[in-house]
Design a protein around this ligand. Structure first.
Ligand code: SF4
Length: 364
């Protein structure tokens, strides 16, 4: 196990679950274990420490999920050109600690690292989704409220889903990560229906802002290895941060990717700018006061988020799109949480509908 845990809290109702058994047998003896009658209280309980969000990342709570597992992407909005992404919530929070991460605000009231022992019920929800959407290609990811792979070699949750998706040619599972924790995936047969995607940033952003993540070169090397093992691979240039020298750094990053992987072998790139609500910006600056990446020239938008001054942001997006098109004209590229007018400015054309783009990305 690569990431440190201090405590595992198990709700009594999950004491004999397969997930709790696997986690108990995989953690070091130094990790404290306790049982509680209601895991929700352990998730919410305040920790009397200076950095409650940072501390909660090392407290894993095993409990049943009481709500649905499947949902539309929380980033989707009629304000934005949308990619039709669906999200499976199998865990919540992340042991890494990027200074810009939206989880600092999103999970402020229930910050412990939650894993859901009844995750098999998500397969029933997927069955209903498949039944109600026959013929549609759907892309479904587990990496929105948690990194898909950070603890997966311990929990082994992904393998059941890789197996399920391998039997459905119109579904694509996306495991999104900033780790290089892929060894346990290499012997599974995904039959081309699972993609591992990496959020990628230049070395400078990694060094200042992406604490405890794998270095960009390690992520790219891991991408090479899963591609060789039969997985699809995608990349998210997200968040793109517009700092002095950013254009050079991001283009250099793309050279690193294309030195390692043929552009034709990559399923897609997404591009999204740094965006922060006032609450997230305040939390991030408080927790990471030395991070200069959080201090750019930003403007509050109609959706209540700060973004880099639009002409600067879209100029950088356009440079990236040009480089990607040069590498492979048919390589799908889309913008995340940007308006149709931003899309027209970068691509010279209106965005596809969410259903059309979603189907295209799922069929990649
Ligand atoms: S890796 Fe992703 S989920 Fe984890 S802290 Fe960084 S941005 Fe947040």
């Amino acid at each position: 196990m690569k990431f440190d845990l201090e405590t595992v809290v198990i709700e009594e109702s999950c004491r004999t679950s397969a997930l709790a058994t696997r986690i108990m047998s995989g953690i070091p003896r130094s990790v404290g274990v306790r049982f509680v009658s209601d895991g929700r209280l352990a998730v919410r309980s305040p920790i009397a420490e200076h950095d409650a969000i940072g501390s909660a990342k090392r407290r894993m709570v095993i409990l049943p999920r009481r709500g649905s597992f499947l949902m539309g992407c929380p980033a989707s909005s009629t304000r934005f050109a949308c990619c039709g992404y669906l999200v499976l919530v199998l865990a919540s929070n992340c042991p890494m600690d990027c200074s810009y991460c939206f989880l600092q605000e999103h999970l402020a009231n229930n910050p412990a690292f939650q894993v859901y022992a009844n995750y098999h019920q998500a397969l029933d929800e997927l069955e209903r989704l498949v039944r109600d959407n026959s013929g549609r290609n759907l892309r479904i990811g587990t990496g929105e409220l948690a990194d898909s792979l950070a603890f997966d070699s311990l929990t082994r949750i992904s393998s059941d889903f890789i197996n399920y998706f391998s039997k459905h040619q119109n579904l694509l599972l996306e495991l999104k990560t900033k780790t290089d924790e892929i060894d346990h995936l290499l012997t599974l047969d995904c039959r081309g229906r699972t993609m591992v995607s990496w959020s990628l940033s230049p070395r400078r952003v990694f060094a200042t802002s992406e604490h405890y993540t794998a270095p960009p070169q390690s992520r790219i090397k891991a991408a090479q290895r899963v591609l060789d093992a039969g997985y699809k691979v995608g990349f998210h240039l997200d968040p793109v941060i517009t700092y002095p020298g950013a254009e050079h750094d991001y283009l250099e990053l793309l050279e690193d990717v294309f030195d390692a992987l043929a552009p034709q072998s990559i399923a897609f790139f997404s591009i999204g700018g740094l965006r922060m609500t006032p609450g997230l910006r305040a939390a991030a600056r408080r927790r990471f006061p030395a991070d200069k990446m959080l201090l750019g020239e930003d403007v509050l938008g109609a959706d209540g988020r700060y973004r880099t001054f639009t002409p600067l942001r879209l100029r950088l997006f356009s440079k990236l799109r040009e480089r990607l098109a040069k590498a492979c004209p048919s390589l799908p590229v889309y913008l995340c949480m940007e308006t149709a007018s931003a899309h027209r400015s970068v691509f010279g054309a209106a965005p596809l509908t969410p259903a059309a783009l979603g189907s295209r990305l799922a069929g990649c």
